[in-house]
Design a protein around this ligand. Structure first.
Ligand code: RIB
Ligand code: CA
Length: 312
């Protein structure tokens, strides 16, 4: 089967790093390029961290384009309280082996989509600002997008605030543009990603791979687990972002529910909250497939197999 063409928008970020490595390690994914955004760290660090992850994987051939330094409206909310000062604290990672593109992220996305022979899957695992700017400023690319799969929101509580998940809180106006675009959308929220815990057994399987990729991933989880314990009292860190890539590789790993999803942009205490109408109470047409249940064992087998493939 031909690998699926994917454009990945991210803010590395410990879990973003695992998502990038999963995409690189899967024969089912053709990673056309990576765009970066502010979020876990300022966008310049997102780009630098992306380049270092690609160097670790010996895949500096993958193009990287820098995107949004802040949201469509308001100030940039930075997640250094979880990801540390560098945005990817913990492991010693190699320096970049290739320069970033001179193209800005939205222009790279636009030209990549128009040049693609078939529609491309767009995956967003940070604040979705770049994708919103693409759709707002270049609506003609819509037919070239197979679907948008994003990590963000929740059917339950938030993490950035009691109501709002980090990526959606960072740019709710951007998510509103995507949710109202009419494009096929899959939403992977905290309700799903909190099932993807990097337990000590999982981290040990990373370290036992006995190559730089496995060791770096174990070190990533070590730092990520420490901040998740300190801030949220988690026994193990939820590895959010790779759930989107895993959904592309094996949709059967996740139980989905088609629902109407909206994002709050006005609420004093609820800005950035996703409203997921699982029981059709609002009589609004469904606009997204919402991830509900994860096959946890299957997820980690997929992720660890890909990490080992990249590192070997
Ligand atoms: O709330 C989790 C999301 O915010 C993940 O994408 C994580 O990397 C951060 O960006
Ligand atoms: Ca992220």
């Amino acid at each position: 089967m031909n690998p699926m063409p994917v454009l990945l928008d991210c803010d590395p970020g410990h879990d973003d790093a695992i998502a990038i490595l999963l995409a690189l390690g899967s024969p089912h994914i053709d990673l056309l390029g990576i765009t970066t955004t502010f979020g876990n760290c300022p966008v310049e660090k997102s780009t630098y961290n992306t380049q270092r992850i690609l160097a670790l994987a010996e895949r500096s051939d993958v193009p990287v384009a820098t995107g949004a330094a802040g949201p469509l409206a308001g100030e940039a909310h930075i997640g250094d309280y979880i990801h540390g000062a560098t945005g990817i604290d913990g492991p010693d990672l190699p320096e970049p082996l290739a320069p970033q593109l001179s193209l800005e992220a939205v222009e790279f996305l636009r030209t990549s989509l128009l040049a693609a022979p078939a529609p491309v899957t767009v995956v967003a695992i940070g604040p979705i600002t770049n994708i919103a700017r693409l759709l707002r400023d270049h609506p003609g690319v819509g037919p070239k997008i197979a679907e948008v799969v994003f990590m963000g929101g929740s059917t339950e509580r938030g993490n950035a605030t009691p109501a709002a998940e980090f990526n959606t809180y960072a740019d709710p106006e951007a998510l509103d543009i995507v949710l109202t675009s009419g494009l096929p959308i899959r939403m992977v929220g905290l309700n799903l990603s909190h099932q993807a815990l990097a337990t000590p057994e999982i981290v040990e399987r990373m370290r036992a791979m006995d190559h730089p990729v496995g060791r770096a991933c174990a070190d990533l989880m070590g730092f990520f687990g420490g901040t998740y314990s300190d801030v949220f009292d988690f026994a193990a860190p939820p590895v959010h972002d790779p759930c989107t890539i895993a959904a592309l590789i094996d949709p059967g790993l996740i139980v989905w529910h088609k629902a109407f999803v909206a994002v709050e942009t006005e609420g004093r205490w609820t800005r950035g909250a996703t409203v997921v109408d699982l029981h059709d109470r609002l009589d609004e047409p469904p606009n997204a497939q919402v991830a509900i249940t994860l096959d946890v064992e299957g997820y980690w087998d997929l992720v660890l197999d890909a990490l080992d493939r990249v590192g070997s």
